[in-house]
Design a protein around this ligand. Structure first.
Ligand code: ADP
Ligand code: MG
Length: 477
C-alpha cells in the first residue's frame, strides 16, 4: 500500500510505521473526523482472515481509555484492514530501554492491569500481553493503551490456530499453559504474562529469555526466573510476593484475573526510592551475576502429575530433547486448521508414559519440540543413567526422531538449553540429508546425540561412539 492511497474514500494512508505478524501498521488520517488513525493491513497472502475478523469484532466491544479505540474495518480487494485511533507515543518495549523505578513499575503495571481487567470482565483473554503491544500516549504519562487483539479469544472459545501460529514473535511472555499449546486458557494466562512485564520493569531483564524458541519455552515451563530480591532489592515484600504468585507455573496459584492484580498493586503505598534499571533484552536473568544456587528452582508443572513433587535445586537437571513433529502431528500440514491438542496429546501419550516411567517430567512445547526433564535427585549418576535409558526406550518408539541428551550444568541454564537445541537442529539436518553418522548403526535408527559433558560418563555403561566432535549414544543389540 502506497502513501497517498485512500481507503473507502475516507482513510488516507500516510506513513508506514511498523511491520508485525503478517501485516503492516500505517499512520493515516480519517477525512471524516480529521483525526489521525492507525491502519493495520493484512498481507494479501496471509490466509488467516478469520483472525483479523475476530480482532476487529473484539475491538468493537470496548470503550475504555486503556484500550485502543476501534474506528472501522473492511476489505480492499483481497486485503483486510482495521482502522483504530492513532496512538502517538512509544511502546513499552521502547520505554523499557530507560527502565523504571519501583514506583513507576507499579504504576505502569497497575494501569495495564486496569485496562486488562476490562478485557477479562467481558470474558476475553488477550493472550499476547507483551511490551510491544502496550503503548504510552505521548504527554499522558499516567496512561497506557493496550493494542493488538490479534489472538484474543473469548474464554471457552478454543483456538483454531496451529501451534506454531501461536508463537509468531517473542515467546518470552507466554504462560506455561500457552507453551504447552493448551487451547483453553483463561485470564490467569494473561496474569502470568503481566507478571513477566512487572518483572522486566523492576529488574531490567526479561524473566525468561534464550536464543532459541524451544529453549525459552523450556525455561518458562521448568525454571523460575532469578530471584527478584537479588535483582531488585528495593522491591517491597508485597510486590515480591505478588510477582511470585503471578509467575506461578500452576494457574491455580495465580491471582484470578487482572482486576485482582490491579487491586493488589493499588494497595502498595510505601515504596522506597530506587534505580531505573535499563532493559537488557538479551541478558538471561539466571546469569553469573546472581548466586546461582539461589537463582532458580526447578518446578514441576501441573502437566507432570503430582503437584506435591517439588524438586530441590541440588544437582542440575538432565534434559532429553526430541523433534517428533511428524510422529506427533500425523500428516497434518503446518497450515491446516489446528484441531486440537487432544490429537497431539493422544499421540504423545505413550511417549510421555515412558518418561514418567523413568521418573522424568515431559511436555510437548508449542513449537512441537518434545522435552523430557530429569530433575536432580539423590544421585546425579543415577539420574543421568535413567535419562539415557529413557532416551533409548524412546528411540525404539520413534527411531527417526532427532534426539539429544544434555545436563544443565548451572552456567546459565538457558545456555545449556540453547546448546542442546542447536545440536537438535544439526541432528534434524542429518535426518533430512539421510546421512546417519557413524558406522555399525542401523539405517532405520538414528543415534542419540550426547552433549559433550555426558559422553565420558555414559561411555562406561553404554555404547557411545564419536563422530567428528560429536558423541552419540546407540542402542545395544
Ligand atoms: N493504534 C496504534 N497507534 C500507533 N501505533 C500502533 C497502533 N497499533 C499498533 N501500533 C504499532 O504497530 C505495532 C504492531 O501493531 P500490532 O497491533 O501489535 O500488530 P502485530 O499483530 O503485527 O504485532 C505495535 O507494536 C505498535 O508499535
Ligand atoms: Mg503486536
Amino acid at each position: 500500500m502506497k502513501p497517498g492511497t485512500v481507503i473507502e474514500s475516507r482513510f488516507e494512508i500516510l506513513v508506514k510505521t511498523g511491520a508485525g505478524a503478517g501485516g503492516w501498521v500505517f499512520m493515516g488520517r480519517d477525512r471524516q473526523s480529521g483525526h489521525s488513525v492507525a491502519v493495520k493491513l493484512l498481507d494479501p497472502h496471509e490466509s488467516d482472515f478469520q483472525r483479523f475478523e475476530r480482532e476487529s469484532a473484539l475491538l468493537t466491544e470496548f470503550s475504555h481509555p486503556g484500550i485502543v479505540r476501534y474506528v472501522a474495518h473492511g476489505r480492499i480487494g483481497s486485503r483486510r484492514y482495521l482502522v483504530m485511533e492513532w496512538v502517538e507515543g512509544q511502546t513499552l518495549r521502547e520505554r523499557l530501554i530507560h527502565g523504571f523505578t519501583v514506583r513507576e513499575s507499579i504504576d505502569v503495571v497497575c494501569r495495564i492491569a486496569e485496562a486488562l481487567a476490562a478485557v477479562h470482565e467481558r470474558g476475553i483473554v488477550h493472550r499476547d500481553i507483551k511490551p510491544s503491544n502496550i503503548m504510552f500516549p505521548a504527554g499522558l504519562d499516567d496512561q497506557i493503551k493496550l493494542v493488538d487483539f490479534g489472538i484474543a479469544r473469548k474464554v471457552g472459545q478454543p483456538s483454531s490456530m496451529t501451534r506454531t501460529g501461536l508463537i509468531i514473535g517473542t515467546p518470552g511472555y507466554m504462560s506455561p499453559e500457552q507453551v504447552l499449546g493448551e487451547r483453553h486458557v483463561d485470564a490467569r494466562s494473561d496474569v502470568f504474562s503481566l507478571g513477566c512485564i512487572l518483572y522486566a520493569c523492576l529488574c531490567g531483564r526479561p524473566a525468561f529469555v534464550a536464543t532459541h524458541m524451544a529453549s525459552t519455552l523450556t525455561a518458562i515451563l521448568f525454571f523460575d526466573p532469578a530471584r527478584l530480591d537479588l535483582l531488585c532489592p528495593e522491591a517491597p515484600g508485597p510486590i515480591r510476593d505478588l510477582v511470585k504468585r503471578m509467575l506461578a507455573k500452576d494457574p491455580a496459584d495465580r491471582p484470578s484475573n487482572a482486576a485482582a492484580v490491579a487491586a493488589e498493586l493499588a494497595g502498595v503505598i510505601e515504596v522506597p526510592d530506587s534505580l531505573r534499571r535499563p532493559f537488557q533484552p538479551k541478558v538471561a536473568p539466571y546469569s553469573h551475576q546472581t548466586p546461582l544456587a539461589n537463582s532458580f528452582e526447578l518446578m514441576t508443572t501441573k502437566t507432570v502429575g503430582d503437584p506435591a513433587l517439588r524438586y530441590p535445586n541440588e544437582g542440575a537437571p538432565v534434559f532429553v530433547l526430541a523433534s517428533m513433529d511428524e510422529e506427533l502431528r500425523g500428516d497434518r500440514s503446518e497450515y491446516d486448521e489446528y484441531h486440537g491438542d487432544e490429537e497431539v496429546e493422544d499421540r504423545a501419550g505413550p511417549v510421555r508414559d515412558i518418561v514418567t516411567h523413568h521418573s522424568g517430567l515431559s511436555a510437548v512445547l508449542a513449537d512441537g519440540t518434545f522435552v523430557a526433564m530429569f530433575p536432580a535427585g539423590q544421585s546425579q549418576a543415577e539420574q543421568t543413567i535413567q535419562a539415557a535409558n529413557c532416551a533409548l526406550e524412546l528411540r525404539r518408539m520413534v527411531p527417526l526422531a532427532p534426539m539429544v541428551i544434555g545436563v544443565g550444568d548451572f552456567k546459565p541454564a538457558t545456555t545449556v538449553l540453547d546448546r542442546l537445541v542447536e545440536s537438535l537442529i544439526e541432528e534434524s539436518f542429518r535426518g533430512v540429508l539421510d546421512d546417519p553418522p557413524g558406522t555399525g548403526g542401523d539405517d532405520d535408527t538414528l543415534p542419540i546425540r550426547l552433549d559433550s559433558s555426558l559422553s565420558e560418563f555414559l561411555a562406561e555403561k553404554f555404547d557411545v561412539s564419536q563422530e567428528g566432535k560429536s558423541h552419540y549414544l546407540r542402542p545395544r543389540d
